[in-house]
Design a protein around this ligand. Structure first.
Ligand code: ATP
Ligand code: MG
Length: 139
């Protein structure tokens, strides 16, 4: 259904730092239902495809290296107004600018290593969700 799903990744930095459980707790406490989830690692090819929109940016190499360096948690989340509400829950891209209590404020160290991903539109939520999950893996 349009408008009620978003896609997230708990990024390698947050996994390395042992924050999977705390981040999932914040997500479910905020009213998101997990409808798909997996623990996986992006290949170079996956990361380049996933972040293709940033391929001309100066930080692209660094971003791909970071996103592939260890496992991630990928998930599809369901809630009314999911995309916007989840972006509010994770906070600004740069944790230094993220609001108090947001996931990036609590768990991220820098603009490059910022703990979580959140889709930026309903259209991208659908594209990103199907990038990671087959229909039968979504409940
Ligand atoms: P995401 O798409 O991961 O949820 P976002 O939508 O807040 O993050 P984008 O502009 O889409 O931010 O950037 C994608 C990712 O690229 C960021 O989350 C961050 O990891 C990295 N990134 C963005 N800007 C920079 C930068 N100036 N320097 C280093 N890395 C950056
Ligand atoms: Mg983005």
């Amino acid at each position: 259904m349009t408008g009620n799903r978003t896609f997230t990744m708990i990024k390698p930095d947050a996994v390395e730092n042992g924050h999977i459980g705390a981040i999932l707790e914040k997500i479910t406490a905020a009213g998101f239902k997990i409808v798909a989830m997996k623990y996986t690692q992006l290949s170079l090819r996956d990361a380049k495809a996933f972040y293709a929109v940033h391929s001309e940016r100066p930080f692209f190499g660094e971003l791909v290296e970071f996103m592939t360096r260890g496992p991630i948690v990928a998930a599809i989340l369901e809630k009314d107004n999911a995309v916007e509400d989840f972006r509010a829950l994770i906070g600004a891209t740069n944790p230094a600018e993220a609001a108090e209590g947001t996931i990036r404020k609590l768990f991220a160290a820098s603009i490059g290593e910022n703990a979580v991903h959140g889709s930026d539109s309903d259209e991208n939520a659908a594209i990103e969700g199907s990038f990671h999950f087959a229909g039968r893996e979504v409940y």
